[in-house]
Design a protein around this ligand. Structure first.
Ligand SMILES: Cc1cc2nc3c(=O)[nH]c(=O)nc-3n(C[C@H](O)[C@H](O)[C@H](O)COP(=O)(O)OP(=O)(O)OC[C@H]3O[C@@H](n4cnc5c(N)ncnc54)[C@H](O)[C@@H]3O)c2cc1C
Length: 418
């Protein structure tokens, strides 16, 4: 009998977990990603704030999956899925047939119909985004250094982070550290008291998905770091260097979008039901209705468990990928399918140096211990010993010296300085 062909779209947390499970299975596997690397998104904000280098949090997919007969890695963007003819179509005009298809294309930032805001307020989703934000922050400090009038340099020393979820909170905390402590001693024109950091949230509290006590703790910690938390403050407009709210506006080139997310646009080609964020609504075994050989996982999937939608988190994507790898192996061996069940091991968010909040199976805590746990978990889940070692050394260095090493302006996303 011919070996079945499993096609996996996306080499993120979900896709890589599925491919690893299938490494020793009696199937051919093709994994396609539009980038050549697996990205550890939870630490992207550390690249954006000059604490880590891109190479610390990204690993070539080929290096992870290695060489194995029957395992192919393809660089390419999938633009269409033909679910009736069982093939996918790539941007380069090629198509690939499948017996099983695992879609793990993740999500992207959603500007709620205001796509023009993207240019002024980049989100944090890729290495490129992180380097662009890093460059804006560093260039702003250089510009402020050249202005003697405090009023003129105020915008360059102002940071607005839109969205009070874990990413926004982590970003605000990290910027708080940089501008209030780490880098300020290297500049002579301005003082750290001139910097203003705003974390803007439309809802009534930050970390909305966490228990309320942890939201309060996170807000208190951020405020101690000098971050001004504006809740119940929906953004009404973003233009070049200005964020506008119903009451007032803030002028700055440093605007970071960490608000809504939408699932990959690729999913609409499945023509099945999607939720308001574009996530595909999947069955108990993560397949799509009417096609039991096509699965959607991770941030791209809308899966309910005990009445609640599973969160868009790395452990969900990883458990789903592993589950599907096993499901396909077992099905080929003639076994029947069982439903996917997510085991929640807890959620955490860091707020800055030695501060974090955690909710582990209902046990809520914050502070230094939560931060140590956050650091251990993040180092553990980084792929590759080299990365784990490098990140551990970098973090120790920052912890004891307060210094951020990767303060290079190299990428020139803005061309006005040429
Ligand atoms: C800044 C940030 C911080 C986060 N912090 C945390 C955290 O602390 N803890 C936590 O658990 N989760 C965190 N998350 C969420 C977590 O990263 C996601 O839940 C997880 O990455 C989802 O995995 P996935 O496999 O579904 O998608 P992803 O990991 O996003 O992978 C999707 C892959 O698909 C590829 N792809 C997309 N479209 C196509 C296409 N058309 N063709 C080919 N390839 C394609 C992409 O290049 C990518 O490699 C964070 C996310 C962000 C952005």
């Amino acid at each position: 009998m011919d070996r079945k062909h499993v096609v996996i779209v996306g080499g993120g947390f979900g896709g890589i977990s599925a491919a690893k499970q299938l490494r020793k299975a009696d199937v051919n596997v093709t994994l396609i990603d539009k980038t050549n690397h697996h990205l550890f998104q939870p630490l992207l904000y550390q690249v954006a704030t000059a604490a880590l280098s891109p190479g610390d949090i990204a690993v070539p997919i080929r290096a992870i999956l290695g060489q194995r007969k029957g395992m192919k890695i393809r660089l390419g963007k999938v633009i269409n899925i033909n679910k009736e003819k069982h093939h996918i179509e790539l941007e380069n005009g090629k198509s690939i047939a499948f017996d099983y298809l695992i879609l793990a294309p993740g999500a992207q930032y959603n500007y709620f119909g205001n796509d023009g805001w993207k240019e002024h307020a980049p989100g944090l989703k890729s290495i490129r985004d992180a380097l662009q934000i890093r460059e804006r922050i560093l260039l702003s400090l250089e510009k402020a250094e050249q202005l003697d009038d405090p009023k003129l340099r105020e915008p360059y020393l102002t940071y607005v982070i839109i969205g009070g979820g874990p990413t926004g909170v982590e970003m605000a905390g990290a910027i708080g550290e940089i501008v209030k402590r780490n880098m300020m001693r290297d500049y002579s024109t301005f003082s750290k008291n001139e910097t203003r950091i705003f974390l803007v949230e439309a809802a009534s509290r930050i970390l909305n998905g966490y228990p309320e006590s942890l939201s309060v703790k996170a807000q208190e910690n951020l405020e101690k770091m000098g971050v001004r938390v504006l809740t119940d403050t929906p953004v009404t407009d973003i233009s070049d260097n200005t964020v506008t709210f119903s009451e007032g506006a803030i002028e700055t080139p440093n605007i970071i979008w960490a608000a809504g997310v939408a699932a990959s646009p690729l999913l609409s080609s499945l023509n099945t039901e999607q939720d308001h964020s574009g996530r595909t609504i999947v069955e108990e075994d993560l397949s799509i209705p009417g096609k039991d050989n096509i699965f959607v996982i991770g941030d791209a999937a809308h899966k309910k468990q005990e009445g609640n939608q599973l969160p868009a988190l790395a452990p969900v994507a990883m458990q789903q990928g592993t589950y599907l790898g096993k499901l396909i192996k077992q099905e080929i061996d003639g076994q029947t399918r069982s439903a996917f069940y997510y085991t929640d091991k807890g959620t955490m968010a860091t707020i800055g140096r030695a501060k974090a909040v955690a909710d582990i199976k209902g046990f809520k805590f914050s502070g230094f211990f939560a931060w140590v746990l956050w650091s251990v978990v993040h180092i553990f889940f980084l792929i590759g010993f080299r990365n784990r070692f490098r990140v551990f050394v970098e973090w120790m260095w920052h912890y004891f010296t307060f210094k951020r090493g990767v303060r290079l302006i190299t990428d020139r996303f803005t061309d006005d300085e040429d």
